[in-house]
Design a protein around this ligand. Structure first.
Ligand code: GLC
Length: 456
């Protein structure tokens, strides 16, 4: 074996998730779930959403939704037709990097100005008529999808615990993000009320339940995109850290599983992951997310290749993209993963386009194996965490099938991801894996937020 092959097989071993480890992860997940439901101090925060019903598909009305949570910012109006279908108009913009690390005033006034522009462009008279019948005093109800860990204390109240996914606006931490948005909307005199604070996973669960009426068994909403997280339907009596006077039995809980096992007791964490973590804005936090989500898969690959180059076993020359942190996107891995050519010509082309490096066939083979291992580890970990929740809720004991709504670029575009997730689910659940339905829930952050604004 060449020295490249030797090093690659060592690296692959580090990324491997053995069957024993899948089980250990699922068990630890259940333990931390129970801890988080009891106490507010846990990193895997188990945040109560104050959403106490899952849609039936019959909900109707017109709502505004704002979505802040990843690379893009969206404003939309959502009309729910009351039969599982909806009409959505949206405007999407990229959040300037400077706003991700500036002041809260700058960010939230930027959001409010976009809401203003959206209303002026899209909310013509017809829309105003619709909203008049569904809301009082011409006030538009807005669902705010804000996909970061918050300490949520009511359906439209929550203080930011910490930023993730590259955001770092220090003065916003500890503040009520609904109030920050409402103040800026009020400053522009907009007839808009922030009615619900919604995590994207909660929105995904809600939108899947709405769009799959009749199934009645949507229990989880999962995001596998820039970040990763999951919300699920819990018995209110099990959320012992809150006391709520309510006649309702269930509440959707946002797990914040990105912070699963920050202590690194069961995760397959390597020295490469340690470098990724060190370069991130939140070292030591959200460690599960750093092995699973789209924001990190590219960086894991970049650091691996960069190290191999420094060791003198890969690439005869370097490039700016190889050296520059965060310069490789998950789409690079998706393209390499999708390459079925015998001579790996697609891989060679991707490395040339995305890394500006000419790779030999041996190098392409090595890189494809590494990519494969990074993607597989991500999917196996996501599958193990899902099993943790299914076991914790005993959902499969109560229902014939359990429906899971998913969204995010990794789940949607990474070739073979769902099958890999299923492999790890099958290892833990055996034949019951067939009773787990995985399906894309589109527009969770828009439609789901509208549904939350409706129940608010
Ligand atoms: C991060 C956030 C979480 C969100 C997830 C997916 O993990 O902390 O709130 O749901 O990304 O966007």
């Amino acid at each position: 074996m060449s020295s490249l092959q030797n090093r690659v097989s060592e690296i692959l071993q580090g990324f491997e998730v053995s069957h024993d480890r899948i089980r250990a992860i699922s068990d630890e997940f259940i333990r931390l779930t129970n801890q988080g439901l009891k106490s507010n101090k846990e990193a895997m925060a188990m945040i109560p959403s104050y959403v106490t019903a899952v849609p039936t598909g019959k909900e109707s009305g017109t709502f505004l939704a704002v979505d802040l949570g990843g690379t893009n910012f969206r404003v939309c109006s959502v009309h729910l037709n009351g039969n599982g279908t909806f009409k959505l108009i949206q405007s999407k913009s990229v959040i300037p990097k400077s706003l991700m690390v500036g002041s809260s005033k700058e960010l939230f006034s930027f959001l409010a100005r976009h809401v203003d522009a959206f209303i002026k462009t899209h909310l013509d008279e017809k829309f105003t008529e619709d909203t008049e019948s569904s809301t009082s005093q011409h006030i538009l109800k807005l669902g705010f999808t804000f996909s970061f860990p918050v300490n949520q204390t009511a359906i439209n109240k929550g203080t930011l615990l910490r930023w993730t996914k590259g955001f770092n606006i220090k003065d916003a931490v500890g503040k009520d993000v609904c109030k920050l948005l409402q103040d800026e909307l009020d400053a522009l005199k907009l007839p808009v009320h922030v009615s619900a604070l919604v995590n994207d996973t909660v929105g995904t669960l809600m939108s899947r339940a709405y769009s799959a009426p009749g199934l009645g068994n949507t229990m989880l909403g999962v995001i596998l995109g820039t970040g990763t997280n999951c919300a699920y339907v819990e018995n209110i009596s099990s959320i012992s850290k809150i006391s709520l006077q309510s006649d309702k039995n269930i509440m959707v809980v946002n797990t914040e599983w990105g912070s699963f096992d920050n202590a690194l007791t069961v995760l397959p964490f390597t020295s490469i992951d340690s470098e990724v973590d060190g370069n991130s804005p939140n070292p030591g936090y959200h460690m599960f997310e750093k092995l699973v989500s789209g924001m990190f898969l590219g960086e894991i690959l970049r650091i691996t290749l960069c190290n191999l180059h420094k060791e003198g076993v890969l690439f005869s020359s370097s490039s700016e993209s190889l050296e520059l942190p965060w310069s490789i996107d998950t789409s690079t891995l998706s393209k390499i993963e999708a390459d079925n050519t015998e001579d790996l010509s697609k891989t060679k082309e991707t490395i040339s386009m995305d890394l500006n490096i000419v790779a030999t066939l041996e190098e392409c083979k090595a890189i494809k194996k590494i990519v494969n291992a990074i993607g597989k580890r991500s999917a196996y970990l996501a599958g193990a965490a899902i099993c943790g929740i299914l076991t914790h809720t005993r959902a499969l004991e109560k229902m014939e099938t359990v429906d899971i709504g998913l969204d995010g670029s990794v789940f949607e575009f990474y070739p073979g991801y769902e099958n890999l997730m299923r492999e790890s689910i099958k290892y833990l659940l055996g034949e019951d894996e067939k009773r787990v339905m995985l399906d894309i829930a589109k527009d969770g952050s828009g439609v789901g937020a509208a549904l939350c604004a409706l129940v608010a």
